[in-house]
Design a binder for this molecule. Structure first.
Ligand code: SF4
Length: 297
């Protein structure tokens, strides 16, 4: 293995932990350092490494509100929660720290406001149209209004009921931007005789990761997306990059090692590394160091 060109493995210059995810992770760690009995309400990030870091600090995860007691200091994660969660915690005198991403908080407030103004809310996002699994952010937002209309695929636009006078649409922050724009156009057309307002609330952090990763994908032979198997935005990134170049999805270093063992990554490959909004940059650096050592030294 003579080729030692370090540029053979490149990390995308805009990727990994977004502002909201970073804020949630650091907020939970700081609360623990202050001596609070920190308990997470559900996994804080779709990232194995982050969850392990928190567990090693003695931070527990509980999935049901009924499991909390007044001695817990509950952390609400970046994805956001429904109105019912806040009500439950307040009514039961359970203290909490709301680390919902400010972008998501704004969407939830807007949805509540427009619902109160009599608009029928259309929620574009992964509500489980085909998978039956609703994204936690969509679930949270849906609880700030009355019976929203969920749309995940363009084909569903034609079944939007026309019984309301005015409609307001928002989009899950990590939803595919191209798909969101097509759906918005479709809804405009469907509701051309109605009052229709919308806000494309896809997150710019997510968009930027996608755009920069796509640029890198055009310059390399193979891409690796590092992310949690249940991270919606990492999977989305993987799906997009696959259309440009051979792309592999890896949850951690051990899965990258397996790709090398299976000869899917070989010496001479120009490899690009990227990760979704819940991936830690340290993980990519570790993988880069490993690949340089395994393939090029
Ligand atoms: S992807 Fe955007 S909206 Fe979602 S947590 Fe990150 S910064 Fe917030």
């Amino acid at each position: 293995m003579e080729n030692s060109d370090k540029t053979n493995v490149q990390i995308c210059d805009t990727c990994c932990l977004c502002y909201g995810a970073k804020r949630a992770l650091e907020g939970a760690i700081n609360a623990k350092k202050q001596g609070k009995n920190v308990v997470l309400f559900k996994e804080i990030l779709h990232n194995k490494r982050a969850v392990q870091t928190l567990t090693s600090l003695g931070i527990l995860v509980k999935d049901n509100l009924s499991e909390f007691s007044t001695s817990d200091y509950v952390i609400l994660r970046a994805h956001g929660e429904g109105k019912d969660t806040y009500k439950y915690l307040q009514e039961n005198n359970i203290s909490y720290l709301d680390l919902t991403c400010p972008n998501v908080l704004n969407i939830n407030k807007l949805v509540e406001k427009m619902d109160n103004l009599g608009y029928k809310i259309i929620l574009v996002g992964k509500y489980g149209y085909k998978t039956g699994k609703m994204h936690p952010e969509v679930l949270g937002t849906s609880k700030w209004c009355n019976n929203p209309i969920f749309i995940e695929d363009l084909e569903e636009v034609l079944s939007i009921p026309l019984d309301y006078d005015k409609y307001f649409l928002v989009v899950q922050t990590t939803f595919n931007q191209t798909k969101a724009l097509k759906i918005i156009d479709g809804v405009k057309n469907r509701l051309k005789d109605k009052v229709f307002e919308y806000k494309n609330t896809t997150c710019s952090a997510q968009r930027l990761i996608n755009e920069k990763s796509q640029l890198l994908a055009q310059k390399v032979d193979k891409m690796i997306v590092v992310g949690g198997k249940n991270s919606s935005n990492s999977k989305e990134l993987f799906n997009n990059l696959q259309t440009i170049v051979t792309t592999y999805f890896a949850e951690d270093l051990s899965e990258v090692k397996a790709l090398v063992k299976e000869n899917k990554l070989v010496c001479g490959d120009k490899i690009g590394l990227t990760g979704g909004a819940s991936t830690l940059i340290d993980e990519l650096q570790e993988i880069k160091d490993y690949l340089l050592g395994a393939l090029y030294e």
